[in-house]
Design a protein around this ligand. Structure first.
Ligand code: AMP
Ligand code: MN
Ligand code: MN
Ligand code: MN
Length: 276
């Protein structure tokens, strides 16, 4: 049995491959009854997603995935059930988008220094919304034949330690959470298993997330190991955080988790939708 909820996915308005309408249609066909579109640092896809959801007869939750800083690292915080018209949220997103442009410029310079020209125009050609992502750089690097695939693009160039890596100077965690809550939404820590932290630091992150007034955590994101789900569940109970789940779908194909194929949340957790 798979969950009726999928509360984390992307369209080409950020770094996904499909339009918001195509994402919604695909989710509906995949058995999703409640979908949150959570593009990186923008809500621009929500309006057309909403129209598509009405047509498809599924429920659309307004979402966003915001880049934030904690202990000098980048974290992703989902804003779920937000009011996209909220001024405080939109102001925060505007600043984050500007920082994405700054970072992209620095990444372009690093690529140039390493002998790879043309990233600026090349990446801009692949961007269809208001944000530039490392995913666009990865697509450009593959397209130009500088690397064989995405995984090589991240390893050689884009991940921490890579030739073109630049730290994003995002807003701090507590501030990011406050934008989401100003817009009436729930702040949910995205994919805790993906931050390459040891167990002690990760537990500390759950604790700090609660202290920063965060609402919940993603217990299941894409393919999450049973052992991780159990551990995140335990910490969510300990710190009284709501539970969420999402595919983090970015497009069709083997690289991404499909929409609507997630196992259900553990029975004794409190789902984020219990407050909706
Ligand atoms: P950014 O938010 O611009 O820093 O880019 C992060 C995005 O890059 C994530 O949301 C993923 O979509 C993608 N990403 C990160 N690491 C990898 C990887 N190893 N392989 C493929 N995509 C990745
Ligand atoms: Mn992404
Ligand atoms: Mn993410
Ligand atoms: Mn995501």
């Amino acid at each position: 049995m798979s969950s009726h909820h999928d509360l984390h996915c992307h369209s080409y308005i950020s770094d996904g491959l499909l339009s918001p309408t195509e994402v919604v249609d695909r989710a509906a066909h995949g058995g999703v009854a409640v979908l949150a579109l959570t593009d990186h640092d923008t809500t621009d896809g929500l309006e057309s997603a909403r129209e598509a959801a009405i047509q498809a007869g599924i429920s659309l939750i307004n979402g966003v995935e915001i880049s934030a800083r904690w202990q000098g690292r980048t974290l992703h915080v989902l804003g779920l059930n937000i009011d996209p018209d909220n001024r405080i949220l939109q102001n925060g997103l505007k600043n984050t988008q500007a920082e994405r442009n700054n970072r992209a410029q620095k990444m372009t310079e690093k690529l140039q220094q390493a002998g790879f020209d043309g990233a600026e125009e090349g990446v801009r050609r692949l961007v269809q919304g208001p944000i530039q992502s490392r995913t666009h750089f990865a697509r450009w690097l593959v397209e130009q034949g500088h690397v064989k695939n995405f995984s090589q693009a991240f390893k050689r160039f884009l991940r921490k330690g890579g030739q073109a890596y630049v730290d994003g100077e995002w807003a701090e965690l507590a501030e990011t959470i406050s934008w989401i809550q100003a817009a009436g939404g729930q702040a949910v820590l995205a994919h805790p298993g993906r931050y390459q932290m040891g167990k002690a630091r990760l537990r500390r992150l759950f604790e700090d997330f609660k202290t920063a007034k965060g609402d919940g955590v993603e217990l299941i994101s894409g393919r999450t190991e049973a052992q991780d789900i159990r551990r995140f569940h335990e910490w969510a109970q300990e710190f009284e955080l709501l539970a969420s789940l999402g595919s983090d779908f970015h497009g069709p194909g083997p690289m991404w988790q499909p929409l609507g194929k997630l196992p259900p949340l553990p029975k004794d957790c409190t789902p984020v939708w219990s407050v909706w």
